[in-house]
Design a binder for this molecule. Structure first.
Ligand code: ADP
Length: 161
């Protein structure tokens, strides 16, 4: 059976922390779908279309069997429609744990056939978050070690002026 995994999130924008999880997730599943939520409540900097485009570019450059899709709705229902059976999430600090445990338990309650797999953040990227990246970029700080060249270029364009 082909194992299709989803990596859901906001990805505003995709960082090297996300890329580390994507690279490692690709060893666990045969095909990885990055599912990007509009997350309008979080008032994202990048449009959903742009976030999808940026994720697609990263997948291509990592040479991973995968795709990026926008999605709005119940995660497990969407997974059933695309035949996915594994949710991948990254865990950084203890602060991620409580929220992730709640969501994973709820998803198991809704869809017992779907498994959530957590990958611990790597030593070199556990401190990276999209929100910090945006904050640094807004002050014209260097984010070259936190995001890909392409994302860095997009951030510069957003905060030019
Ligand atoms: P969300 O809005 O769901 O938190 P994010 O795009 O911020 O979306 O994160 C998506 C997933 O990636 C989450 O599981 C998050 O814990 C994980 N993640 C984000 N940054 C890192 C990182 N630096 N290292 C490992 N996992 C990360």
């Amino acid at each position: 059976m082909k194992r299709i995994g989803v990596y859901p999130g906001t990805f505003d924008p995709i960082t090297k922390g996300h890329l580390d999880i994507i690279r490692r997730a690709s060893r666990v599943v045969d095909h990885l779908v990055i599912l990007i939520a509009p997350s309008t409540k979080k008032k994202p900097l990048f449009s959903l279309e742009k976030r999808i485009e940026l994720a697609e570019i990263e997948l291509k450059s990592l040479n991973i069997s995968g795709e990026a899709q926008g999605f709005d709705g119940l995660l497990v229902e969407h997974m059933r429609t695309i035949g996915a059976n594994v949710i991948l999430r990254g865990l950084r600090a203890i602060s991620d744990y409580e929220y992730e445990l709640q969501i994973a338990s709820m998803n198991r309650c809704l869809a017992p056939e779907i498994e959530t797999i957590f990958l611990m953040a790597s030593e070199g990227s556990h401190f990276i978050s999209s929100s910090l990246v945006k904050e640094i970029a807004s002050f014209k700080g260097d984010v070259g070690h936190l995001v890909s060249d392409n994302v860095e270029k997009e951030l510069k364009a957003c905060f030019a002026a």
